[in-house]
Design a protein around this ligand. Structure first.
Ligand SMILES: C[S@@+](CC[C@H](N)C(=O)[O-])C[C@H]1O[C@@H](n2cnc3c(N)ncnc32)[C@H](O)[C@@H]1O
Length: 204
């Protein structure tokens, strides 16, 4: 009989995806300054998901220093695509802008500085993918906007659904007949935090 790997957390730490020096620098900076970022495992997952659905229009809620937005924008085939990312802290937005230039993806990304819950009311649909990564308590309020902004068969990815503040969102999306969701509670090396839930939901 096959046996599960002993100490899977230690074992899977050796399989963290390769990434650029810039992304590693942003990880170190986030660790030093206690900025919660998705880290290389969820970053790579975002890249793969965006690439396989051939996303051309992506919306991100919560930019911080731009780490996850760089993964998402690098998924555009032949750089053909647009990511709109929403951040309510102007200082963070300024840092992200510099990082987008350094990553060479500034043409593909538009940052809107303001409250995501307000900004989403004025952004024209449709999006192929929405990545939700703001205050977890606001996920529930953001959900109907995501529903309206996603195209049919578009993908919603919500980070940090292992937090108590995401409880209302988790219950709402699993009782909705407008989404087909799956939640993964996982070990995610270098994610903030390393054990957390991720929700993927198809817009019906
Ligand atoms: C978890 S961090 C985002 C991390 C980023 N997605 C990454 O992985 O690189 C959340 C960010 O969302 C911003 N934020 C929180 N609530 C927001 C809101 N209602 N509207 C816009 N930005 C918000 C915070 O200022 C913070 O920079």
């Amino acid at each position: 009989m096959s046996v599960l790997i002993k100490n899977p957390e230690k074992y899977f730490r050796q399989f963290i995806p390769k990434r650029s020096a810039l992304l590693r620098e942003l990880e170190e900076e986030a660790f030093r300054e206690d900025i919660p970022i998705v880290g290389p495992v969820v970053g790579e997952l975002l890249f793969i998901l965006a690439r396989i659905i051939r996303a051309e229009r992506i919306l991100e809620l919560g930019t911080a220093t731009g780490y996850s937005a760089i993964f998402l924008s690098e998924a555009f085939e032949n750089l053909k695509g647009q990511l709109v990312t929403l951040e309510n802290d102007p200082a963070m937005a300024a840092r992200a802008r510099k990082n987008f230039k350094r990553a060479g993806v500034e043409e593909q990304i538009k940052i809107r500085v303001g409250d995501a819950l307000e900004e989403m009311k004025t952004i024209p649909p449709p999006f192929d993918l929405i990545f939700m990564d703001i205050e977890k308590i606001d996920y529930y309020t953001a959900l109907p906007y995501c529903r309206d902004l996603l195209r049919q068969n578009g993908l919603l990815v919500a980070d940090n659904v292992g937090f108590e503040d995401a409880d209302l969102f988790n219950k709402a999306i699993f009782s909705s007949n407008e989404f087909r969701p799956v939640s993964l509670f996982s070990f995610l090396p270098l994610h903030s935090p390393e054990k957390d839930g991720l929700c993927l939901a198809l817009r019906l």
